[in-house]
Design a protein around this ligand. Structure first.
Ligand code: C2E
Ligand code: CA
Ligand code: CA
Ligand code: CA
Length: 279
């Protein structure tokens, strides 16, 4: 038994070191990802339910590395955050988004907004707001076309400091959305003080609609709360028409999900939007 125990530990150690080296490999690749042009954005359309119009898109980051293949953001973003590589990456995301908005000026897509995901280290970084506002101004794009998505946990950590930053962003005309709503701890009394425009109901509550009793209660409660606070609601991860109908009946304003479209590269998005507008 003793020999076996030792053996198990040896295997465990070996697996640990494999794990660590895989992680270090990924970190190394991640540091070079931008300069090697391995990152790009996909855009997922967001539809207004009552009109069927696409009113905006969410920018979602993609990383394709020659050795690692396509690495999901849920894997590389936490590593980028821990290592602070997220900061140059986030700047790049903002730059790309502003460029995209600028290229849509004086085209049929000029009223489309783009939502970007902001990590908590980016949000609390010195100069975040100034940088954003300067870039938008230089590109001559109205701030209302940029929507800032912050997760519930980013907003609720250091809530008092964050309220000031959020008010500043709102004053500049940026739209503010709380992402993954319902998954963190939200203090409802704080919610009232936040100058939000949009709540995004997390996919995990949409999945069980229209059957699961708990998901029904939670999504109805979020819609009710949001509407009382004059905040519009996006349901994310909507995959079926049954889910869509459920949300429409409860006056959810917008949906995003595979039932409308997957995230698309910008060329494909423009083709898709043109076809969607004709139908
Ligand atoms: P998120 O912000 O909650 O984004 C929604 C995720 O759900 C996206 O995954 C999207 O592709 C996926 N999705 C949308 N509709 C459906 C659907 O109908 N069914 C299913 N199964 N999935 C759907 P993705 O692109 O893998 O992104 C994962 C997360 O990575 C995002 O979650 C966001 O938290 C983070 N992320 C993505 N891009 C960025 C970025 O530029 N910066 C930062 N900080 N985080 C990002
Ligand atoms: Ca998001
Ligand atoms: Ca989300
Ligand atoms: Ca989510």
């Amino acid at each position: 038994a003793k020999a076996q125990g030792k053996n198990t530990f040896a295997i465990y150690q070996e697996q640990m070191s494999q794990h660590v080296s895989a992680r270090l490999q990924m970190e190394k690749h991640l540091r070079n990802a931008l300069s090697n042009n391995e990152m790009y954005l996909c855009y997922q359309p967001k539809m207004e339910i009552t009109t069927g119009k696409i009113i905006g898109v969410e920018a979602l980051l993609r990383w394709r590395n020659p050795e690692l293949g396509l690495v999901p953001p849920n894997v590389f973003i936490p590593i980028a955050e821990e290592t602070r590589i997220i900061l140059p990456i986030s700047h790049w995301v903002v730059d790309q988004t502003v460029k995209q908005l600028k290229s849509w000026r004086n085209t049929p897509f000029q009223d489309l907004s783009i939502a970007i995901n902001i990590s908590s280290s980016q949000f609390s970084a010195e100069g975040f707001i100034t940088n954003l506002a300067t870039k938008m101004q230089e590109a001559d794009v109205p701030n209302r076309l940029l929507e800032i998505e912050l997760t519930e946990s980013t907003v609720m950590t250091n809530a008092d400091t964050n309220i000031k930053l959020l008010r500043e962003l709102r004053k500049l005309g940026f739209e503010l959305a709380v992402d993954d709503f319902g998954t963190g701890y939200s203090s409802l009394s704080y919610l009232k003080r936040f100058p939000l425009s949009i709540l995004k109901i997390d996919k995990s509550f949409i999945d069980g609609l229209p059957m699961d009793e708990e998901d029904i209660s939670i999504s109805e409660a979020i819609l009710h709360l949001a509407h009382n606070l004059n905040v519009r609601v996006v349901a994310e991860g909507v995959e079926t028409l049954k889910q869509l109908n459920f949300l429409e009946e409860r006056q959810c304003e917008y949906i995003q999900g595979f039932v409308i479209s997957k995230p698309l590269k910008s060329d494909d998005l423009e083709v898709w939007l043109t076809e969607h507008a004709e139908n």
